[in-house]
Design a protein around this ligand. Structure first.
Ligand SMILES: N[C@@H](CCC(=O)N[C@@H](CS)C(=O)NCC(=O)O)C(=O)O
Length: 203
């Protein structure tokens, strides 16, 4: 398998999960501005939508969209228990959580990266985003992980919350979330994924 990634982007979450599962994979770095890849071809040939993450399977299939990639990977090694089995109520809860992370947290904060959006509009976006962080903080007050044990949703949430300093949002305001970030950030796989992304030459 090949994972097309950009350092610190949402592709970090499938990268963490690949390491948690101990599966063999190759990293291909994408320059999100030029859409060039470290293997020399345009990323648009791989994913015409032009955004990471993209996972290319050994049979040539290309899988995109974070929640789909994360669940596909977890199902390759069910014994690792990074996702509950398909067809169970617990799996539905995972899908609910991944959808919340992707639509309310990931997509909810992405506009804050834009230099074209005026500060007063960003303030409105942040106000709604803070409410979502309040919800997450309440969820994590009495548990260490989103769904009981560490799983794919935690890798995804960690990844998107690691962007908060770029938006001048101080995670310490949400005590349970701050503890969550320390807990997930201390995992060997997370540290290895971050180091590997930094070590892959820029294209
Ligand atoms: N809907 C996609 C969104 C992926 C996404 O937002 N990727 C960002 C990095 S976090 C990206 O590559 N943006 C570059 C671009 O849109 O040109 C998913 O959930 O996987």
């Amino acid at each position: 398998m090949k994972l097309y990634f950009a350092p610190h982007a949402c592709s970090l979450s499938p990268h963490i999960v690949l390491r948690e599962l101990g599966l063999p994979f190759e990293l291909v770095r994408v320059n999100n501005k030029t859409k060039q890849t470290s293997e020399g071809r345009s990323f648009l040939e791989v994913n015409p939508k032009g955004y990471v993450a993209a996972l290319v399977l050994d049979n040539g299939e290309v899988l995109t969209e974070g929640p789909a990639i994360l669940q596909y990977l977890a199902d390759l090694k069910p014994e690792a228990k990074l996702a509950p089995a398909n067809g169970t109520w617990e799996r539905v809860r995972l899908q609910e959580t991944l959808n919340f992370v992707t639509s309310e947290i990931h997509a909810g904060c992405s506009p804050l990266f834009s230099s074209d959006i005026p500060e007063n509009v960003k303030d409105i976006i942040k106000e709604k985003f803070h409410k979502r962080l309040d919800n997450l903080d309440a969820t994590l007050t009495c548990k260490d992980y989103l769904l009981g044990e560490f799983g794919v949703a935690d890798a995804y949430l960690y990844t998107v919350l690691s962007w908060l300093p770029h938006f001048s949002i101080d995670i310490k305001r949400w005590k349970a979330l701050a503890r969550f970030m320390d807990r997930i950030g201390a995992r060997v796989t997370v540290r290895a994924a971050l180091a590997a992304e930094e070590a892959t030459p820029f294209v």
